[in-house]
Ligand binder design. Structure first.
Ligand code: ZN
Length: 317
């Protein structure tokens, strides 16, 4: 029998059976067996240096978002096995996240390109599709127009889906945004995550209220993550990415998570060896496009800043 793990409460797991659509409670069979992994396995994804032992065997603890098989044993349901993970986040503790809705306001707090580029990095690094939701578009019209123009760069060069909402009036029941997906919602305090959820729909208000309550929690509160069914998909009641930083050890890898730069590197003299930094514009297509103002200033400057931060971090060790 196959199920999705929607909640974990110490030893008790809440599962949604994928055939019957019924919720059941299950336990882990003994100490869940050690699974054999190869070095490319997404299990233990965040461990950058897998030891030989890690590669050979690893005790997998099921978590929310896992697809598992389970069986009935005496009068209990037991989780037997879990499927390979698409991604594996630590904080929040959740697996197989499909997409992240990144909530930003135009003002109060002011839009931050630094935070946007950081969130985009985290999303692409974890194989999560980012979706941008811009709130408070009615407070300062000029700022909104200016921001839209800049964000068009992201829309066109990253195929980033962007929604602008005014007073949180947006009917997500009409599109298929959540369908068959596990979604996390993330953003700074004050951008309107909670009111966005409360306005999703009235019939699911009960659920969204508890999610928005969870989103409003202080960042140091630890609580178990739960998946809520919403518009044929699932939303995780977590405050989103709690580690908002670029955790790369090698600055040379940063460019690989810049899909817009990636498209251009074919025209760089040193191809994928080019870091697009400290290089003449006739040797680097990214620098050339930046000089021609085809790449917005913030995007490139943040990239350079992140690159140097990673590089300087490396020196400490
Ligand atoms: Zn280049």
């Amino acid at each position: 029998m196959k199920a999705l793990i929607v909640k974990k409460d110490s030893l008790i797991y809440k599962l949604l059976d994928l055939d019957t659509n019924l919720y059941i409670e299950a336990f882990v069979k003994g100490k869940l067996r050690h699974q054999k992994l190869d070095k490319d396995s997404k299990f233990n994804f965040n461990k950058s240096n897998k030891t030989k032992k890690d590669i050979k065997i690893l005790q997998i603890i099921p978590k929310v978002g896992d697809i598992c098989t389970y069986e009935k044993s005496n009068d209990r349901y037991l989780i037997k096995d879990i499927k390979e993970r698409k991604n594996d986040l630590i904080r929040p503790d959740i697996a197989n996240v499909d997409q992240a809705i990144l909530v930003f306001s135009v003002v109060e707090p002011n839009f931050s390109f630094n935070l946007l580029d950081t969130f985009l990095f985290i999303s692409y690094y974890n194989h999560i599709k980012p979706i941008l939701l811009i709130t408070k578009t009615d407070i300062d019209e000029n700022k909104t127009i200016e921001l839209k123009e800049k964000l068009n760069y992201y829309k066109n060069n990253l195929d980033l889906e962007i929604y602008y909402i005014n007073n949180n009036l947006f009917d997500f029941s009409q599109n298929h945004l959540f369908e068959n997906k596990i979604t996390v919602i993330t953003g700074q305090t004050g951008v309107g995550k909670s009111s966005f959820l409360n306005n999703l729909s009235t019939d699911i208000n009960q659920k969204t209220q508890s999610i928005s309550k969870a989103l409003g929690r202080g960042k140091h509160t630890t609580r178990n993550t739960e998946l809520f069914y919403i518009y044929n998909g699932f939303i995780a009641d977590t405050p989103g990415f709690s580690q908002v930083k670029i955790n790369l050890k090698d600055p040379n890898l940063l460019k690989d998570y810049y899909l817009d730069f990636k498209k251009l590197e074919k025209k760089c003299k040193f191809l994928n060896k080019c870091n697009h930094i400290n290089i003449n514009s006739n040797l680097c297509e990214v620098v050339k496009k930046y000089d021609d103002k085809e790449i917005i200033l913030e995007r490139y400057e943040n990239y350079r800043k992140f690159y140097n931060e990673i590089k300087n971090m490396k020196k400490i060790y």
